[in-house]
Design a protein around this ligand. Structure first.
Ligand SMILES: Nc1ncnc2c1ncn2[C@@H]1O[C@H](COP(=O)(O)OP(=O)(O)OP(=O)(O)O)[C@@H](O)[C@H]1O
Ligand SMILES: [Mg+2]
Length: 248
């Protein structure tokens, strides 16, 4: 869990490639070089289909890269950097799952709340899988996110914006070193989106989490002080192959 805040790389990637193909249509994401330091706030901006979720899923160890020069992960200062590619190659999915649970919070593009759990238990989920005791964090997050009076409800009795705030709470509740957020405000109107985004970034600061955020709209977030990754997407004639190169 998050402790110090020194500047050291959490992620170091070199020549990472992910290929995806279905029905003769191919997509390739190339990452020649990417370094993300502890405490940074990173924005990944790109149009629909440019590979944002693909990169985030690789950074969350959900998706195995197709080829790797280097993929190192060091969530805590003083710990050895982990060679994530070696874990993938050895099929060591337990280590990957364990790293993900302990160090990463993920606000999914589709929300991903469990419909049969209350708002409280949805937010607490990231803590309960780690066996963390109830310590008021859920209530604190709910208060900060403006959903304190919704804790007993199920997600289907919430508005879209409230659901997104629950998803943000859940991603932060175990105080992870990294919070990955995939279009966390996509379905909100611009005013609500700005509001939820500032709440999110403020809480990430309070919880000392590094933020990696994907969005299709830079204008929503350019005032929020994030470092934008370089990003270039090209399509072949007939759009049979789309390639995106990301680095930063
Ligand atoms: N399981 C899959 N099999 C084959 N191709 C896939 C698969 N998942 C995604 N793709 C393709 O990979 C490309 C990148 O998809 P990705 O979901 O990363 O884009 P995105 O930038 O997150 O888009 P959006 O803004 O719409 O969420 C797309 O062309 C998509 O069609
Ligand atoms: Mg996406």
């Amino acid at each position: 869990m998050a402790t110090g805040s020194g500047h050291y790389p959490i992620y170091l990637l070199h020549d990472v490639v992910k290929k995806r193909e279905a029905k003769g249509v191919a997509f390739r994401l190339k990452v020649p070089s990417l370094r993300i330091d502890r405490g940074e706030k990173i924005a990944l901006i790109g149009e629909s289909g440019s590979g944002k979720s693909t990169l985030l899923d690789m950074l969350a160890f959900v998706l195995q890269p197709s080829a790797v020069g280097a993929f190192r992960f060091r969530p805590e200062e003083g710990e050895d950097a982990l060679d994530l590619d070696a874990s993938w190659q050895r099929g060591n999915l337990n280590i990957l799952g364990d790293m993900r649970k302990r160090h990463i919070g993920y606000v999914m593009q589709t929300g991903g709340l469990l419909p049969y759990l209350s708002v409280h238990d949805n937010i607490n989920l990231s803590r309960s899988v780690l066996g963390l005791r109830l310590d008021g964090t859920v209530e604190h997050l709910a208060e900060m996110l403006g959903i304190a009076d919704q804790l007993k409800k199920r997600p289907d009795a919430l508005s879209t914006g409230e659901r997104q705030r629950v998803a943000i709470g859940r991603a932060l509740a175990h105080r992870p070193a990294i919070v990955i957020a995939d279009e966390p405000t996509a379905s909100l109107d611009p005013y609500a989106a700005q509001n939820v985004m500032s709440l999110f970034l403020g809480l990430a600061d309070e919880f000392n989490s590094t933020v990696i955020l994907a969005s299709h709209a830079w204008y929503h977030i350019k005032s929020l002080g994030l470092r934008r990754l370089a990003h270039r997407t090209t399509r072949s004639k007939g759009s049979k192959l789309t390639e995106t190169v990301v680095s930063g």
